[in-house]
Design a protein around this ligand. Structure first.
Ligand code: TYM
Length: 333
């Protein structure tokens, strides 16, 4: 029986952080045996922020090495670089004809980015969800493992897939669904600066590549307050974030232990942070060692990227051919 297809990607804008890992990559690794997986490096998407050619190249290599270090196996999954598959941008062009200004302008990620970089509100930002839809549907994906922050982009991909199917009267594209394990919700890994999510552009990220000393320093700096003064008091956002992170990286009994101390007003945030830092380090240290090792083997990285590009292009070209036939680009002469 055919395995369901999975597609997901990450922008090469620096190092992978705990948000990327727990929101996406950990699921990639768990899916490799049971799904037909395509995991890529979204280098075209990263151009919306105008990286230098040098930063772009080092970012791509870094994410490739990090994918491998986390345990994505190029023999099981197709790992590739987005720009190595030009079929994606061709499909993006076609999809753009059926994507409307109003709906693109209304997406929260566009509005957020326009606010974050008012001097650079480019058309690529506006049509970002269209390119993302092309990434997903070109491999006829059934599932997309992403974090909570990508929910709306994924909803747009579903919309564009449905619209194309309807316009051309054929169910060429499956309607992709978000994927999480055990029926759990998509996750949002919080930052440790008191509010919001962990993210590269938020400047609050703990990276897989950070050395243990750096991780301890970042965690010890996390925003807290003067502590609870009533039993079973509701937690303010900054404190809740610390607990949420602990629930993600630590053993359930560890988070439970500190929760009890909090509820009894006996918590010492310093102790909690120390524990959290050690739990993060024990997760990341072996991955960091492997990243360093893999980055030294540029021939291996090149081999993986080449193999991935070939497999991804084969799958993409097949879909693009069908799409062009449906649209009416038949050979006329
Ligand atoms: P990007 O590069 O911002 O993030 C990559 C993945 O990491 C997840 N993530 C998080 N999950 C939980 N908590 C966080 N704090 C957190 N921060 C990041 C993201 O949800 C994502 O899964 N547009 C995408 C890249 C992309 C893509 C695609 C993804 C391009 N084409 C097609 C899936 C399918 C992006 O910018 O992700």
């Amino acid at each position: 029986m055919n395995k369901p297809t999975v597609v997901s990607g990450i922008r090469p804008t620096g190092y992978l952080h705990l948000g990327n890992y727990f929101g996406a990559v950990r699921n990639f690794i768990r899916m490799q045996d049971d799904f037909n997986c395509f995991f890529f490096i979204a280098d075209i998407h990263s151009l919306t922020t105008h990286p230098t050619p040098g930063d772009l190249q080092s970012g791509v290599k870094q994410v490739l090495a990090e994918y491998l270090a986390c345990g994505i196996d190029p023999e099981k999954s197709t790992i590739f670089i987005q720009s190595d598959v030009p079929e994606v941008t061709e499909l993006y062009t076609f999809l753009n004809m059926n994507a409307y200004l109003g709906e693109l302008e209304r997406t929260t990620s566009f509005k957020d980015k326009a606010r974050q970089q008012p001097e650079n509100v480019n058309a690529g930002l506006l049509t970002y969800p269209v390119l993302m839809a092309a990434d997903i549907i070109i491999h006829k994906a059934h599932f997309v493992p992403v974090g909570k922050d990508q929910e709306q982009n994924l909803e747009m991909a579903r919309k564009f897939a449905k619209r194309f199917n309807r316009m051309y009267g054929k169910n060429i594209f499956p309607i992709p669904r978000p994927f999480t394990f055990d029926g759990k919700d998509m996750i949002k890994v919080p930052g440790l600066d008191g509010s919001g999510k962990m993210g590269k552009s938020e400047g609050n990220a703990i990276n897989l590549y950070d050395d243990p000393r750096e991780i301890r320093k970042k965690v010890m700096r996390a925003v807290t307050d003067s502590g609870p003064n009533e039993m079973n008091q509701e937690k303010p956002e900054a404190i809740q974030n610390l607990f949420t992170l602990m629930e993600i990286v630590s053993k359930p009994e560890t988070a439970e232990h500190f929760n009890e101390l909090y509820n009894k007003c006996e918590i010492r945030y310093g102790d909690m942070k120390k524990q959290l830092a050690e739990d993060i380090v024990s997760y990341t240290a072996p991955i960091r060692d492997r990243i360093i090792e893999i980055l030294e083997d540029q021939d291996y990285l090149a081999k993986v990227a080449k193999m991935g590009a070939e497999k991804a292009r084969e799958s993409a070209a097949k879909t693009l051919n069908e799409v062009k036939n449906l649209i009416g680009f038949k050979k006329l002469f």
